[in-house]
Ligand binder design. Structure first.
Ligand code: UDP
Length: 319
């Protein structure tokens, strides 16, 4: 199969490259290296079935050329990270909405299959646990930048579903819940690489708020295997699936676990949200996926528990 991965030099995208190449596919990546990095794919240099195009999904002619040669597009290019979105609100909205529209329109020319990466952020402040795909979206005011990410990805989902319903484009939407693993960077706010780096350097581990907020972290290998399974399932077309691990941990307990596993001397520092992000910042208290839908359709089942995921990520950071 010939795959095009937008954002393929990013954290999740680069692991998807590895998995596709390992099963014999040809992989082309388009990435503008804004939050992705060349190091994530440098080990693939020289592989005859791999090609990296450094360009943006805002470049329509290039996208059209690349999708014309692809059997499937994995659309992972997006502005990601709560911190990044708050610091770059305009660029984030434009990349997420216009970029996705460009990808869908280009793919639609040849009805090329699209897997659209979406996010648990879609559910906003809905604290139902676990969250099923049909759960309500509860968002705060438009004056709080964080919610623009959720809103822009929701527009992406609406667009993808509309392309499927009106133009019969084969598309599958995957809502990813807190993926973690090697190659993830803490630069854009993601908590696990930040905690590991702080702990390894002996710095204070910065827990935002009181640390009672809960998350479910999924090892990137499990996320990628779910994406691949759904990409091979025609019954998934036009539909939305949560992908993640459904074991919850509070951020305070996560900080303690990272300190334990790194054998660090670091202390925990509690940082008020408005210092960490912006005035009026609202966090998500809970984000636990129901993964029953993907389990039922394609047998999705995460295999790596949090402790193992952290050990592998710590190993990566040590190296
Ligand atoms: N967080 C934290 N310290 C950090 C970075 C993040 O306590 O240095 C918290 C953040 O406020 C959130 C959780 O960790 O409650 C997960 O944050 P992340 O940005 O990784 O994911 P998301 O909020 O998108 O689920």
């Amino acid at each position: 199969m010939k795959a095009l991965i937008t954002g393929g030099a990013g954290f999740i995208g680069s692991h998807l490259c590895d998995a596709l190449l390992a099963r014999g596919d040809e992989v082309t990546v388009i990435d503008n290296l804004s939050t992705g990095s060349i190091e994530n794919v440098s080990h693939l240099e020289g592989n005859k079935r791999f090609r990296l195009v450094i360009d943006t999904i805002m470049n329509v002619p290039v996208l059209e050329q690349l999708t014309a040669k692809a059997d499937i597009v994995f659309h992972l290019a997006a502005s990601v990270g709560v911190k990044y979105v708050i610091d770059n609100p305009l660029k984030s909205i434009q990349t997420n909405i216009t970029g996705t529209e460009n990808v869908l329109a280009a793919a639609n020319r040849r009805k090329c299959k699209v897997i659209l990466a979406s996010t648990s952020e879609i559910y906003g402040k809905n604290q139902t646990s676990p969250l099923t795909e049909d759960a309500e979206r509860i968002l705060g005011s438009t004056t709080i930048s964080r919610w623009s990410y959720s809103a822009s990805k929701a527009v992406d989902e609406f667009l993808a579903i509309a392309y499927h319903r009106e133009k019969q484009l084969p598309v599958v939407i995957v809502r990813l819940f807190n993926t973690c693993g090697p190659r993830q960077t803490g630069q854009y706010g993601m908590v696990i690489p930040r905690f590991i780096k702080q702990a390894l350097l002996g710095h204070d581990v910065t827990v935002y708020g009181d640390g009672s907020q809960m998350r479910c972290f999924c090892f990137v290998g499990d996320t990628v295997s779910g994406i691949l399974k759904l990409s091979d399932a025609p019954k998934a077309y036009g539909d939305v699936f949560n992908l993640g691990n459904d074991t919850e941990i509070s951020i305070h307990d996560l900080a303690k676990l990272v300190i334990k596993l790194t054998k660090s001397e670091s202390s925990i520092e509690f940082v008020p949200y408005e210092h960490a992000y912006e005035k009026g910042f609202e966090d998500i208290e809970r984000g636990k996926p129901s993964i029953a839908k993907a389990a039922k359709l394609v047998g999705y089942k995460p295999e790596i528990n949090l402790e193992e995921a952290l050990k592998r990520t710590i190993e990566y950071f040590r190296e």
